[in-house]
Each structure stands twice: as structure tokens, then as C-alpha cells.
Design a protein around this ligand. Structure first.
Ligand SMILES: Nc1nc2c(ncn2[C@@H]2O[C@H](COP(=O)(O)OP(=O)(O)OP(=O)(O)O)[C@@H](O)[C@H]2O)c(=O)[nH]1
Length: 675
């Protein structure tokens, strides 16, 4: 049994001070009527820079001391907020930070903890964020460590990791929407962790709010003690003052023993341009100080602690049981920070903590630099981004069409899209991402099996005939919650996606929860959009892994002038081949520009051609309009044409503009269904 780690109880010297520690940055703000007296070293000055760059306000004073030693375990609470997408987690986190004076109430930014550009642009949380607040309750000072978590199913790994660092959670439910699919999924994550759960009903300011109905839903669906619930409007601030007293009263303090040998738990890490690899560790037992020699239970590599947390080492670096903070040790490479690793003093080995189950990639896609010279730079960027997102798996791969690249595993297609956007925006990458595929399983006659993450690994006909006993595809258990009137159309949708209904229950007189077993491949493309459109936006959906099932899957090749293009191959269920084959051939014929010779596009399974399109030849004479006149002008036009050609990708023996290739791969060319 693991003692639950605490966040950010960094031993230091605080004299009635208030501060907030952010995951990868830090800023300090005054608590009302109290003065700051904090002493920072270079680390803090370095760490604060990125935050200031992003425009956050900071009232930091680099020459004062912080002391957290006055917060014994019983005055600490570690809690998270879990909810369905858009039910108001980040807004509630803002209100709590304001209430505790951690940020000012006229703070310019909303959703302060959504720090990534991608989060602000998309209005979603993708990365769990942590901050500490100070709060006085019944004449006692409390250190409250709050973790804001993502709501979307693709980021569940972040939620699980956050919950492992907490003793309790706020289950936030929108009072106009009621329980949704991710409310259910997140509730069970918290429930299985044995956390104290406080139901909080949000958005009671809305005219459509039905808080009492939602409370009944919570009671009947989760059998939760609803006498604990709190009704709020995170937007207007109604009821916010009731939340922290409930957190203190209902959530137990953390446990841990300062006198036991060191057991430090690495549960997050990131790459900071100024200080390199930074780990977020929970010191479950024992103490950790600057200069300590520690060892990773995972890799058995030895490190020296260079700095802890955000403080100047001489004043604030000592940790004790239940403390967490930044630990900067002599880790050179980003991948050395293994999420879930246990660290101990070299001379005092301990039994490692169970750690986290590694995230299981649900979809894989090839990522290739558009300019092959960019490979090394992008390789470094991917490594850094992976450190900030442990749920991504990366392997190098080579495509005949696209050159050297990577096969990257994601938790879902939104996750994939966010990763692509971060790579482009934060690392200035120019990339082509191939169509995502789910991991299929090949069962061989000799009893062995192999997972394939790339259509190019699909067995050839000879291998199929002689060695393969069966092919399997991954299945998921989908939970769909929707108003009763949309049941018919959603059932049709699930049926068309090879879904099999397992059960349905009424949550109240008009809302239904349906469970389906569906092939993962059927939901990773446009299922969510279709579900929204079939239910006028009212259905919500979540899924979990359900293992593998025998399936009639085949590899579909795309041939250009009779040559297969590896980057365009796909693994499909046989029932999809006819319409996907036709759709792809047509789409490719639309994006491939006319060439100097005829181009034949075919889609085929084995030797059988599914669809064929032909693009007739065209000779483009760029100098035609020059009527034999000026030679320099002709030369210039030819040069320009040459430049243009550099931006082309050779696919088979044809030239395809990168944009066309990108357009084909990124949208509309999935295994979308006949509408
Ligand atoms: N009317 C009203 N709107 C609210 C309230 N709380 C949040 N909202 C709005 O609901 C939307 C979603 O709020 P967020 O705080 O981003 O929701 P979230 O749960 O953090 O979203 P994800 O991180 O994407 O899961 C925003 O437009 C908020 O302004 C509330 O109490 N009342």
C-alpha cells in the first residue's frame, strides 16, 4: 500500500507568507494583509522567466525566505478537481486561487492553470497542473495543494497520475448538463484510488440549471453521500467559499514517516530550457536534501541532487515525508525521468513503489519532417515534448515515400492533434503526420503473437497463408450518455460502426446510459463528431480498453502508376474496403496535380483492385507566354519552377505538393463511414 504523496510541501522558512508554486514555473503573490519574505536562488530567477514571458503577473520578491515547516501533515490537503469536459474545472481553480489570494481577482487571464498555448487556443486542459494555496480555517493555517486535471478521455492518463498524488477530489458536475460520460469515468478512477469524493454542482447561475435533479442523478448513479454536496457558480463566485472548508473537513491529510529511509516518487517531469530536466517528486518517506546521492529504482542510475524545488538550496531544500517539489539532479537526458520511478539514497535501498502503469497507446501515426535535413533537430524536439507528456510512445521508422521519421503512439486522435500542434508551435516543426492506425494483433500458428502499429508490418499473402492463424483488432467498452429521444439515431450509428450493445440503463426519467462493445478503429476517426451531430450535441462518450477480438482485417494498398506507396497503406475491416478504396482513389485524384505523363491511382487489396482513377497528362510550359523574347525572363521562370519542385514530394514516380499530401493524410481520408 503506498502512502499517498503530497504536492509541494517544500521545507523552507515561511513567516506568515503565501505563495504559489506552479508545475514548471513559479510565482509568488501576497496574501492579503501579509508581507512576503522570500529568498530565492538562481533557480527561482530562472524558473520565473518563462511565466513572465507568458504574461502572468508575479509579485515575487527574490530576497526573502519561505518557511513551510509550520505545516504539519494534518494541516495539508492534497486534492484534485475531476469532471467531464467543460464542466468548469479550470474556472473553479481560478476562483479558489483568487479566494486564497494566490492570484488577484482582477487577474487578466482566465483559466490560469491552462498554461500551454494549445490549451488556451482550444479552451481545453490537456496537462494536469498543480498549485499550492494557503488558507486559514478555524484559526489554523492550511497548505492546500490543488491539481487541475484534463476532462477529455484522451488525457485520462494525466487524471490517473494526478489522483495518485491526492487523498481526495472534487467531482464537479454541470447542473444544466448533469452526469456525462467522463463524469462516470473519472468518478471510477477516483473511487478505485479510494479517494474521498466531494460532489460539487456547478453553473447554478444558468437558467437551465437543475441542481436538484443532478444531485439525484449523483446519488443514484454513484451511491455517493450527497449530504456532502456543494452548489456553486464558478463563473459568478456563488458558493465558492463553501468549497475549501469542505475540502479540509472531508479530505484526510496525507500520511508518511520522516524517520524512514528516503522513498521519493517521480510523478511528473518536464524540460526547462534554462535548467534542463526537472522532476516533480513526492517524498513519501524520509528526507531529501541538496547534495544527496540518490538512485533510480527503475534504471539503477545514480544522481546527485543539485537543487530542490524553487528555493535557494541553503535555506529551503530539505524535504521530509510527505513533501514534494522540483528536484533537479544530474539527469542529462530527458528520457531518464521515468514517470512512476522510485528514488532512494544510494546507501539505503528501499522496496520501490508500484508506480504507474505505463500509458497504453491507442493510436499510432507516422511523423515525418517535410525537410529531411530537419530530422535531428526534430528528434530532439520530440524527445523534449515526450518528457512533458509521458503518455506518448516513440519509435524511429523509415518510409520509402517520406524518408526517416518516427512512429508515435497516442492515447487518441485529439491527443495526437495536440501533440502535432505543440510540435509545430512550441518547436517550430514542419511535419507530415500519416493517417492514424490502431494496434492490430497477429496470432501465429506456433502460438506466438505480434502487435503491428504500422500497415507496412501487415503480413504478406505468403506469410498469411503459411504462418498466421488469425488476426485480431482492439475493442473498447464505450459508455454513451444521452437524452432518450436520440437513442434510435445513436443506436444506428453504433450499429454502422460494428458496435454491439451490451446494456442500457435509465439514469433518470429522460437520460439513458448505453454500453457498447465497439472496435477501437471505428471510433478513432470521426465517431465523436458523428455522435454529436446525431444527438444535436447532447450525447457524451467515453471508452475503455476491452482487449482484442478476432477480426476480418485486410491491408489496403494505394498504388500510383502501379507502385504501392507505403505511407498511404491502411489496415481496414473487409466491410470498409469498397467504400474507403473508392473514396481514397477519388480524393487522391483531386489533390494530385497533373503531371507530364498520365497518372493512374489504384486502391487494392492483395491483387484485387478496388478502385481506379486516372489523371491525364499535361505539359506545362511556364515560358509559353514569353513569345521567344527575353532570355533572362525565361531563365527566371525556369528557376522559379525549379524552386517549386523542391517543395514537392516524390510519391512513386509522381511529384505531389506537400500540402496536397498533408491534406490527404490529415482530413477526410480516414475510414469515415458512408453518410
Ligand atoms: N454560466 C456559467 N459558466 C461557467 C461556469 N463555470 C464555468 N463556466 C464556463 O464553462 C466553460 C468551460 O469552463 P472550463 O473551466 O474551461 O471547463 P473545464 O472543465 O476546465 O474544461 P476542460 O479542461 O476542457 O475539461 C467556460 O466557457 C466557462 O466560462 C459557471 O458557473 N457558470
Amino acid at each position: 500500500m503506498i502512502s499517498r504523496p503530497i504536492l509541494f510541501n517544500i521545507r523552507s522558512h515561511i513567516n506568515n507568507k503565501s505563495y504559489i508554486i506552479h508545475r514548471n514555473t513559479l510565482y509568488i503573490s501576497k496574501r492579503i494583509n501579509r508581507s512576503l519574505n522570500i529568498n530565492y536562488g538562481n533557480l527561482f530567477r530562472n524558473a520565473v522567466r518563462p511565466l513572465q514571458k507568458r504574461g502572468h503577473s508575479s509579485s515575487s520578491n527574490p530576497n526573502k525566505n519561505i518557511d513551510l515547516s509550520k505545516f504539519p501533515a494534518e494541516n495539508i490537503r492534497n486534492f484534485s478537481i475531476i469532471a467531464h469536459v467543460d464542466h468548469g474545472k479550470s474556472t473553479l481553480a481560478d476562483r479558489l486561487l483568487e479566494l486564497t489570494g494566490t492570484i488577484s481577482s482582477n487577474h487578466l487571464h482566465q483559466q490560469v492553470l491552462d498554461k500551454l498555448t494549445v490549451e488556451r487556443e482550444r479552451g481545453i486542459t490537456v496537462k494536469a497542473q498543480t498549485c499550492s494555496m494557503f488558507y486559514e480555517y478555524k484559526n489554523k493555517d492550511y497548505l492546500l495543494n490543488l491539481i487541475d486535471t484534463p476532462g477529455h478521455v484522451d488525457f485520462n492518463y494525466e487524471v490517473s497520475r494526478s489522483l495518485a498524488a491526492c487523498q481526495g477530489t472534487i467531482l464537479l458536475v454541470d447542473s444544466s448538463q448533469g452526469i456525462q460520460a467522463q463524469t462516470v469515468a473519472n468518478f471510477f478512477l477516483a473511487f478505485n484510488e479510494g479517494l474521498a469524493i466531494i460532489p460539487v454542482i456547478n453553473k447554478i447561475d444558468l437558467p437551465t440549471a437543475e441542481p436538484d435533479r443532478v444531485i439525484n442523478q449523483i446519488e443514484s448513479t454513484f451511491e455517493l453521500d450527497v449530504s456532502l454536496y456543494v452548489k456553486i457558480s464558478a463563473k459568478s463566485g456563488i458558493g465558492i467559499d463553501k468549497i475549501l472548508p469542505a475540502v479540509i473537513e472531508k479530505i484526510p491529510p496525507p500520511s508518511g514517516d520522516i524517520n524512514k529511509p528516503l522513498k521519493a516518487f517521480l510523478f511528473d517531469s518536464w524540460y526547462d530550457t534554462y535548467v534542463g530536466v526537472v522532476c516533480l517528486m513526492a517524498i513519501v518517506d524520509g528526507k531529501l536534501q541538496k547534495g544527496d546521492k540518490i538512485m533510480s529504482a527503475y534504471s539503477e542510475k545514480k544522481y546527485e541532487v543539485i537543487d530542490i524545488g524553487i528555493m535557494h538550496p541553503e535555506q529551503v531544500i530539505t524535504g521530509h515525508a510527505g513533501q514534494v517539489g522540483y528536484v533537479i539532479c544530474s539527469m542529462k537526458v530527458a528520457t531518464e525521468a521515468h514517470i512512476g520511478d522510485t528514488f532512494y539514497h544510494i546507501k539505503n535501498p528501499v522496496e520501490p513503489l508500484p508506480g504507474f502503469e505505463p500509458a497504453k497507446s491507442m493510436v499510432f501515426a507516422g511523423v515525418f519532417p517535410t525537410d529531411t535535413n530537419e530530422f535531428s533537430r526534430l528528434d530532439e524536439s520530440i524527445t523534449k515534448l515526450t518528457l512533458n507528456d509521458a503518455s506518448v510512445s516513440v519509435q524511429k521508422e523509415t518510409s520509402t515515400a517520406l524518408g526517416q521519421g518516427w512512429r508515435i503512439g497516442f492515447l487518441g486522435t485529439l491527443h495526437m492533434d495536440v501533440f502535432r500542434q505543440r510540435l509545430e508551435e512550441e518547436h517550430d516543426a514542419n511535419i507530415i503526420v500519416t493517417r492514424p492506425t490502431v494496434p492490430y494483433k497477429i496470432i501465429y500458428r506456433d502460438g506466438t503473437s505480434k502487435l503491428i502499429r504500422n500497415p507496412t508490418e501487415f503480413p504478406d499473402p505468403m506469410e498469411m497463408q503459411n504462418k498466421v492463424s488469425e488476426l485480431q483488432e482492439p475493442m473498447v467498452l464505450a459508455t454513451i450518455i444521452l437524452p432518450e429521444e436520440y437513442m434510435g439515431s445513436v443506436m444506428d450509428l453504433c450499429g454502422s460502426r460494428r458496435g454491439e450493445q451490451l446494456e442500457y440503463n435509465y439514469m433518470d426519467e429522460s437520460r439513458v446510459m448505453m454500453k457498447y462493445s465497439i472496435p477501437l478503429a471505428e471510433i478513432v476517426t470521426d465517431f465523436h463528431d458523428e455522435l454529436k451531430s446525431k444527438s444535436s450535441g447532447y450525447a457524451s462518450f467515453d471508452y475503455e480498453d476491452m482487449g482484442y477480438q478476432t477480426s476480418d482485417i485486410v491491408k489496403m494498398n494505394v498504388l500510383i502508376n502501379k507502385k504501392p506507396v507505403d505511407a498511404l497503406a491502411a489496415i481496414l475491416h473487409r466491410s470498409q474496403v469498397a467504400h474507403v478504396g473508392r473514396e481514397w482513389a477519388k480524393k487522391l485524384s483531386e489533390v494530385i496535380p497533373k503531371q507530364l505523363y498520365e497518372v493512374i491511382i489504384q486502391t487494392a487489396v492483395g491483387g484485387k483492385v478496388i478502385a481506379r482513377e486516372t489523371i491525364s497528362a499535361m505539359r506545362k510550359n511556364v515560358t509559353a507566354k514569353c513569345y521567344g523574347g527575353d532570355v533572362t525572363r525565361k531563365m527566371k521562370l525556369l528557376e522559379k519552377q525549379k524552386e517549386g519542385k523542391k517543395k514537392m514530394k516524390m510519391i512513386g514516380n509522381i511529384e505531389l505538393p506537400q500540402k496536397a499530401f498533408y491534406d490527404f493524410l490529415s482530413t477526410g481520408s480516414g475510414t469515415s463511414k458512408k453518410k
